[in-house]
Design a binder for this molecule. Structure first.
Ligand code: APR
Ligand code: PHB
Length: 392
């Protein structure tokens, strides 16, 4: 039996950031990751960081490369009916911005920081059962890369193991879940080519939604809405870029460089929340507790906000003996989670094609977009949610 203060299940952004913050405050923790480090780094995810997320990465002493290589964006554009309309974050939110920096890079920076301190995650080590969370000494049973079982006892368990992890499954009878499935997916492509525009373009078209994003001045990330049953292999590059062009305004379509894809995949689109985010000595954080449609770019930022709260609460417990942060964790996280769920649901409903809504539904979307880009109040509401509501 191995003892530690906190067992963290999962080494995605949530688990890595939590491990780092706890380590910097002298709190012993072990991270269990069922996949290899290469597999975790191979996941291509969103890349829009709110200021609160950047601040937490700085607090984790893992923000240096982000500040060197991240792209600060003061706005984004909405494209519909052949025109583009800029949402000026700076003017509408008193100077706030977002930083474009791939989640893979965030993950890499946190992995490097943990390795430098000699406390890397235990890779290819799967947590298979979490026991005793209602007592004072929970244990996590795990299987090593060589198949040997290990038992780790601790004071708290952090379920940072994503949507399909063991943590939420282990308290399934204690949590209430809320879910919305969408009848489409996001087909994403990564290409070594300059972006079509300096800022992101969210396009709403009668053929479906499209998004032009980026990772750097030479690496572009594109998405098109596709039917739920579609397969990436049915979308060769030519078909993808032809479809993307159809959904963009003329200027963007002409600027599009259709370089060979270096990564292509389809992600399901769903809204999901599990309540509460705490059961006894088990705390859920990030995708283990909630999923948002990628439209609002909130997934990574919500995970960071959960982790910031959980880290502070655990530090308060271990350093000051105060239970206050741990007792407030679930309710305080969920207040922010539901606001992000609302914003992501709203943006998804506004920008995607819903055939079942018919011609009238499409007219309602166009009317809302037309109103939105003509109203400072409406654009302010979009901007303040997109750059991120306050972390506290
Ligand atoms: N034992 C050990 N590790 C596990 C287990 C298990 N039983 N189950 C899952 N994991 C690992 C997964 O392999 C994954 O690396 O937990 C990690 C969870 O990472 P994420 O799914 O990335 O979740 P999170 O860290 O909360 O990050 C949320 O990731 O999916 C995106 O859009 C999402 O940007 C958001 C971010
Ligand atoms: C991305 O760059 O992958 C990205 C950007 C914005 C989103 C979703 C994904 O809303």
């Amino acid at each position: 039996m191995v003892d530690t203060q906190v067992v963290i299940v999962g080494s995605g952004p949530s688990g890595l950031l939590l491990s780092r913050l706890l380590h910097l405050h002298g709190i012993a923790n072990i991270v269990l990751e069922r996949r290899s480090q290469e597999h975790v780094l191979g996941r291509v995810r969103a890349g829009v960081l709110e200021a609160g997320t950047v601040e937490l990465l700085d607090e984790a002493n893992a923000g240096a490369r982000l500040h060197r290589e991240g792209l600060v964006h003061q706005g984004m554009e909405l494209s519909f009916e052949g025109s583009r309309h800029r949402i000026d974050f700076g003017a509408l939110t008193g100077g706030k911005s977002v930083t474009i920096y791939g989640q893979t890079e965030v993950t890499r920076d946190l992995m490097d920081a943990l390795a430098e301190d000699g406390v890397p995650p235990l890779y290819e080590t799967e947590a298979i059962e979490i026991r005793g969370i209602d007592g004072s000494r929970p244990t996590v049973a795990a299987v090593d890369p060589d198949g040997a079982q290990r038992e780790i006892s601790c004071e708290f368990v952090a379920g940072c193991d994503g949507f399909r992890g063991v943590a939420r499954r282990s308290v399934a009878a204690k949590v209430q879940t809320y879910e919305r499935h969408y009848p489409f997916g996001w087909l994403g492509v990564l290409t070594k080519a300059p972006p079509v525009s300096r800022e992101l373009i969210y396009a709403s078209h009668e053929r479906g939604f499209a998004l032009c994003s980026m990772r750097s001045p030479t690496l572009s990330r594109y998405y098109v809405q596709v039917g739920s049953g579609e397969k990436a292999e049915d979308w060769p590059d030519r078909r993808f870029f032809d479809e993307l062009r159809r959904r963009l305004d003329r200027q963007a379509a002409e600027a599009l460089v259709a370089a060979p894809s270096i990564e292509k995949g389809i992600a399901a689109v769903r809204s999901f929340v599990a309540e509460p985010m705490r059961c006894g000595r088990l705390f859920l954080a990030g995708d283990a507790a909630h999923i948002v449609p990628p439209t609002g770019a909130k997934g990574l930022n919500l995970a960071a906000a959960d982790v910031g709260r959980l880290a502070r609460a655990l530090i308060e417990h271990f350093r000051e003996g105060s239970p206050a942060g741990l007792e407030a964790y679930s309710e305080s996280c969920l207040k922010r989670v539901w606001k992000a769920e609302r914003f992501s649901f709203w943006m998804t409903s506004l920008l995607h094609l819903f055939p079942e809504s018919g011609a009238f539904g499409r007219k309602m979307q166009l009317a809302e977009l037309d109103y939105l880009v003509g109203s400072r109040a409406a654009m302010t509401a979009l901007a303040e949610n997109y750059v991120g509501l306050p972390f506290d």
